[in-house]
Design a protein around this ligand. Structure first.
Ligand code: FRU
Length: 489
């Protein structure tokens, strides 16, 4: 290290020391965890110079949220990640209160631009404020612009907040940089604004794309905005939602699907749906893969569930599996990236087994699995099917399908938690053409369930001891069940 190490040099030195001490085998197998300390939102997810880059909200020095840095990892297949040195530390006047969430975009000259929220700490006579900053680099080292913050409250029309103004998502198009960014309007609450810049530094306000108007929560965080199959999708993560329609109360993830007129920048909402129905999924971000797939990754946690959650490892929190997005019947759907097939081994198949009394199936157990369960509902009198996973004498995680009502209940209340927080979620699960399929990805302390090929998704961390490996099937009347279980290597 140099004689006068910067705060970033010090973090990087700390990371090098820690990396040598950390037991790799405690980590999930294919879900990204922070190198050390705390992680929340995915940031700057992009494909750059032959690799996926994923940055993340990071507090290396403890397993609790603290002054925000940007952690960094790279991957070729979205499943095996290599840690890179910390990319940003809060070390300038524009971001002394933290480098909050943001995005990354490749510039025409080949550099990578990071765009993030700089938090300016409160002073004697003023509150903490938020504004957007940029840093330019080669994919490892980044230099912050001396002009930071480059997109400020002063750029916005009246009524928008200087205190809730964050999470810029930038892309480059038609010779311009465009940014969607979250704000909290004094009347409309959560609002997503569009800004434009010729060079990434000089920004101006264009329009408001959509707003909560107190219907879908208060502040909207972490927007993303992209075309998909002739539609335009705006993803936001609202705080303080009331339960309504398919949405649960609290922190949520919402996809607003609509039409976008690129000439006058008008976004017209057509439908709205949760992105994920689970207990632990928030602040997702997408990127385009070189082959055209739109891939999304989210923080596999939530601000409610993470409070007091056990800190069993030297790191806390993990990302979801990266997912391919697609549209089907007007809904935004998702499936795990196909690269996961490269991890399959020891595949076990059971075709149309008649299930009634609680039973296990040979070879179907474990906590590292990609398993698809197909219920053949046609002609069956079965009304209730129960799948138990992560089971032993004391624990189980229950997935109960109420076939008569077309509803599924995910329930981790016997999964080993001692905490008084939500443990169940109800979600629609209808048989399609006589079949209901549940694909479960299990990676030690998590379950991600894709219903009917990704029509609805339920993501949840489970605190269950890893020894709880049994899986059982039961139905209240005979039901044909097929299982394809890939163990993961
Ligand atoms: C979302 C969020 C963002 C913010 C970041 C701070 O989870 O609250 O709005 O930029 O986390 O860590």
């Amino acid at each position: 290290m140099s004689m006068n190490p910067t705060p970033l040099d010090q973090v990087r030195e700390y990371e090098r020391e820690q990396a040598m001490k950390l037991p790799a085998d405690e980590r999930p197998m294919f879900h990204l965890t922070p190198l050390v300390g705390w992680m929340n939102d995915p940031n700057g997810f992009c494909w750059y110079k032959g690799q996926y880059h994923l940055f993340y909200q990071y507090h290396p020095f403890s397993r609790q949220w603290g002054p925000m840095h940007w952690g960094h990892a790279v991957s070729e297949d979205l499943l095996h990640w290599t840690y890179m040195p910390c990319a940003l530390a809060p070390d300038t006047a524009a971001d002394a209160g933290g480098c909050f969430s943001g995005s990354a975009v490749e510039m025409p000259d080949g550099r990578l631009m990071l765009c993030y929220t700089g938090v300016q700490p409160a002073g004697t006579f003023r509150r903490e404020t938020q504004a957007q900053c940029v840093a330019f680099g080669d994919g490892t080292d980044f230099e912050k612009s001396l002009l930071n913050p480059v997109a400020r409250h002063a750029h916005l029309p009246q009524g928008y907040s200087a205190f809730d103004f964050r999470d810029p998502r930038v892309w480059y198009e038609d010779g311009l940089y465009r940014m969607v960014v979250a704000n909290r309007h004094e009347e409309k609450q959560g609002a997503i604004l569009l800004l434009e810049s010729p060079d990434g530094v000089d920004w101006h306000y264009v329009t408001e794309l959509d707003a909560s108007c107190n219907e879908y929560g208060r502040m909207w965080e972490c927007p993303d905005f992209f075309p998909m199959d002739g539609k335009q999708v705006l993803i936001v993560s609202p705080q303080q939602m009331y339960a309504r329609e398919e949405f649960h109360a609290g922190y949520g993830t919402v996809a607003i699907i609509g039409r976008y007129d690129r000439e006058d920048h008008r976004f017209v909402r057509e439908s709205i749906q949760p992105v994920d129905h689970g207990l632990t999924f928030y602040a997702p971000q997408t990127t385009l893969a070189p082959d055209g797939r739109r891939i999304m990754i989210g923080w596999m946690d939530n601000w409610e569930t993470c409070k007091e959650a056990p800190r069993r490892h030297p790191w806390y929190a993990q990302m979801s599996v990266p997912r391919e997005l697609f549209m089907e019947n007007g809904r935004l759907c998702q499936r795990p990236v196909r690269e996961i097939e490269g991890l399959w081994q020891d595949t076990v198949r059971h075709e149309q087994v008649a299930v009634c009394e609680e039973t296990s199936l040979p070879g179907v157990r474990g906590r590292l699995l990609d398993m698809t369960v197909t219920l053949h509902t046609e002609g069956s009198a079965c009304r209730r099917f129960v799948l138990l996973v992560a089971k032993d004498d004391r624990h189980f995680v229950k997935i109960r399908c109420d076939l008569a009502r077309g509803e599924l209940v995910f329930d981790r209340s016997h999964g080993g938690s001692q905490r008084d927080i939500a443990h169940t979620r109800h979600v629609q699960a209808l048989a399609r053409k006589g079949k209901l399929t549940l694909r479960l990805l299990m990676d030690k302390e998590s379950v991600e369930m894709f219903i009917n090929g990704g029509e609805r998704v339920v993501t949840s961390l489970i605190p269950t001891p890893l020894e709880a490996e049994d899986i059982t099937f039961a139905a209240d009347a005979p039901l044909q069940v097929s299982v394809e279980a890939h163990h993961l290597k």
